[in-house]
Design a protein around this ligand. Structure first.
Ligand SMILES: Nc1ncnc2c1ncn2[C@@H]1O[C@H](COP(=O)(O)OP(=O)(O)OP(=O)(O)O)[C@@H](O)[C@H]1O
Length: 280
């Protein structure tokens, strides 16, 4: 089966997806009629208050859970078909590294079993060279260290390298930098941008950070809670390649302001509760 997407249409499409956990008075509407379209090669972030359904949305795209209504298509396929074709990669909040393997071993371990068949035939530059990939992510000096000998930032960058090395068509990331301190986080963002700029993998990235979402993304999808829904979308037309020098520019602040304004339409930042206002 070819991994090439249809020439038209989005690469990742979430169509009118609904997901409710539980029943009766305890039911939680985690997602209510959510639509999301991600074109090929785009970096899309999903941001929103705690409990608005970001992780649920990612799990639906990953095929780890099924929507109650609506559907998800990856490159025209169902999520089951996409998983069978190994076109989906996932970077969780907590990196799941194998403690008995060193950094290089952790990146190489899944290569043969998990790389999608189409990719095995056409391995591409950076992703096909684990040492080069790890070096670009700032890990060239720690290739032989085990996870227990790494900082949290190093562990997460190893997990990123492993995900990119599998050359997924779609890479899903669930707050991969949330546990890192600000300084470590900034350098991890830059290294991610550097690798992504070359590989241009289609990414859906969940974050709580407005600055991170704007810096990394082509598009920021803002979600609201109770029920989980899309409050609005902000396209980020800042030049690429991106760099931290852009963080303190008027253009960056303007985009951040638009994301924050959307967040505030559906979430009261003082009480931390949903306003209940639906956003057009
Ligand atoms: N397996 C589950 N069973 C019951 N309720 C769930 C389950 N998973 C998620 N929920 C509920 O669904 C809602 C959305 O959860 P989800 O984890 O997707 O939100 P989130 O936006 O990712 O939150 P956070 O930013 O805190 O990680 C929450 O109210 C959560 O409590």
């Amino acid at each position: 089966m070819s991994s090439e997407p249809p020439s038209d249409g989005p690469f990742v499409a979430v169509n009118d997806a609904c997901k409710t956990y539980g029943t009766g008075p305890d039911a939680v509407r985690a997602l209510a009629h959510v639509d999301l379209q991600v074109p090929r090669g785009r970096f899309v972030s999903v941001i929103g208050p705690s409990g608005c359904g970001k992780s649920t949305l990612l799990r639906l795209i990953a095929g780890l859970e099924a929507p109650d209504a609506g559907n998800v298509r990856i490159c025209g396929r169902t999520t089951d078909e996409a998983r069978a074709a190994k076109v989906l990669g996932f970077v969780p909040q907590v990196p799941a590294l194998l403690p008995w393997l060193d950094v290089l071993g952790n990146v190489r371990v899944l290569e043969k079993v998990n790389r999608s068949a189409s990719r095995s035939e056409a391995r591409r530059g950076l992703a096909s060279d684990p040492v080069a990939l790890l070096t670009r992510l700032g890990l060239g000096d720690v290739l032989t260290r085990r996870p227990g000998q790494l900082s949290g930032g190093m562990q997460q960058r190893t997990a990123l390298a492993r995900a990119f090395a599998l050359e997924p068509d779609v890479l899903l990331m669930d707050e991969p930098f949330s546990a890192l301190d600000e300084f470590t986080r900034e350098s991890a963002q830059l290294q991610l941008l550097d690798v992504w700029q070359e590989l241009r993998t289609t990414v859906v990235f969940v974050t709580h950070s407005i600055a991170e979402a704007v810096l990394l993304s082509d598009t920021v999808v803002v979600m609201a809670a109770a029920p989980g829904r899309v409050a609005g979308v902000v396209d980020v037309d800042l030049d690429r390649p991106r760099h931290h020098g852009q963080l303190d520019t008027a253009a960056m602040h303007e985009h951040e302001h638009r994301v924050r304004a959307l967040l505030e339409t559906a979430w009261d930042p003082v009480s931390g509760t949903p306003t209940g206002r639906e956003v057009a």
